[in-house]
Write a protein that binds this ligand. Sequence first.
Ligand code: AMP
Ligand code: GLY
Length: 418
Amino acid sequence: MKVFVIGSGGREHAICWKLAQSSKVEKVFAAPGSDGISGENIQSISIEMNAHGELLQFAKEEGVDLTIVGPEAPLVEGIVDVFEKEGLRIFGPTKAAAALEGSKQFAKDIMKKYDIPTAAYETFGEIEEAKAYVKKMGAPIVIKADGLAAGKGVVVAENEEDALHAIDSMMREKTFGEAGSKLVIEECLRGEELSLMAFVHGNTVIPMVPAQDHKRAYDNDEGPNTGGMGAYSPVPHLENEWVDVAEKTVLRPMAEAMMKEGVPFTGVLYAGLMITEEGPKVIEFNVRFGDPETQVILPRMKSDLVDVLEHTLNGEEINITWTDQACVGVVLASEGYPSSYEKGRIVQIPRVDDHLQTWFHAGLKKEGDQWSTNGGRVLLLASLGTTIDEAIANTYEVLHNEKWKGLFYRKDIGHKVK
Ligand code: AMP
Ligand code: GLY
C-alpha cells in the first residue's frame, strides 16, 4: 500500500514512523513533511497543507491507497470532503463533523444536548453581555475563543480583571482574528488532565491507551500555555479508575450523538478530560491525533496501525494490542517559545538505541549533514521503559548529556505519577 500523511510536525513524524513499520506498507508520503520525516520508505513531498487540490492530485497520480490527516486546520477546511468526493480513502472527519473542534460552541451544545459531562458554559457574541456574565459568575472563570486559535485561545482567569481583559483582547482587539468574534465562557474545572483518544467510524469506537500532556512551558506547570512540552503513557494514577468511565460517558456517547445529529464522525476522536472530584469532564474535543500524546502512544502500539485504520473504516471491531512498557516523551523547544524565538541554530542529535528510543522531528531543517532549528518545538525524544520511572530516566539520560544551546526542555515530565 501507499499511504499519505498530511502535516509536518512531531505527531506526523510518529504517524509516518508507525505506518512505515507495517508489513502492508510499501511507501509513506508526507506533505509537506519535513527534512526529518524521511527514511527508507518515508518521503516528504513539498505540497502545503492548505493546497487541497494539489494534495488530491498527488494522491491520485501516485495511486495512494489511504490518506491520514494530522492537524485540525485541513480537516476544518474540508479536506476529507475533497478526497471522498473523488472516491479516495481518507481517515478523518468531514468538514461538518470537524466542527467538533472548529467551533467550541458546536461542541458544547452537543455535549449539553446529550448529557456529556463538561464545564457549565454560556456563549456570547457581544462584549458587554460577556462582561456582565463574568461579573455575575465571578472568578476563577475560563474565556475561550469559539474558533481555532492554535491552542492559544483559552484564558483561565484567576480573577475578574484578567477575565475582562481577555474578553477585550479577543473581541475588541481581535487577537485571534475571527476565531474570537464569539466567546464561550465556562466554569473553571479543577483536577488533573487526561487525554483519551479513540479510532472512530460512526458508532464503532476503538479507544487507545491514555496519555497525559504537559501544556505549560516550564517546570511545575508554570509559564504560558504551549502546544505541549511532553507527555507520557500509561497514566496509572488516573487511568485504572477513570478510563472505562470516560469511554462510557464521553467517547461512545459523543460518537452516537454525532450520528444522531446527522454528522457521523470518522477519524481520531480526542477527548481532553479534567478528572474532577465528580469524575471526568470534557475540557475540549479534538478531531485528530493529539500532539505530543501520539508520540508516546504509538510507540506502545503493538498492532499494525494500517490494520487498525482499515478495520475502523470498515466499521469492524479490532482488539488493539499494547505493550506493557511505559513511554515518556520530552520536547526540546527553542528558547523564547511559545513567544518569539530565533531560527537557524545548529543542533546535534545524539544517537540513541532505536529499540528503546526515537527522535521525532517537529521543527528542524537539514543542510548538508547539519540540522538547524526551524520552529518553536523542534524535537521530541520518546523512550520506552519497564516502568514510567525507567522511561523517564532513559529520556533524561540522553537529554542531560548534551548542552542544547538555544533550546530548553522541561525537567519534570511524568512526575505527576503517584
Ligand atoms: P484547550 O485549548 O481547550 O485545551 O484549553 C487549554 C488549556 O486550558 C487546557 O488544557 C486546560 O489546562 C485549560 N482549560 C480549558 N478549559 C478549562 C476549564 N473549563 N477549567 C479549567 N481549565 C481549563
Ligand atoms: N495535546 C493537545 C492537543 O493535541 O491539542
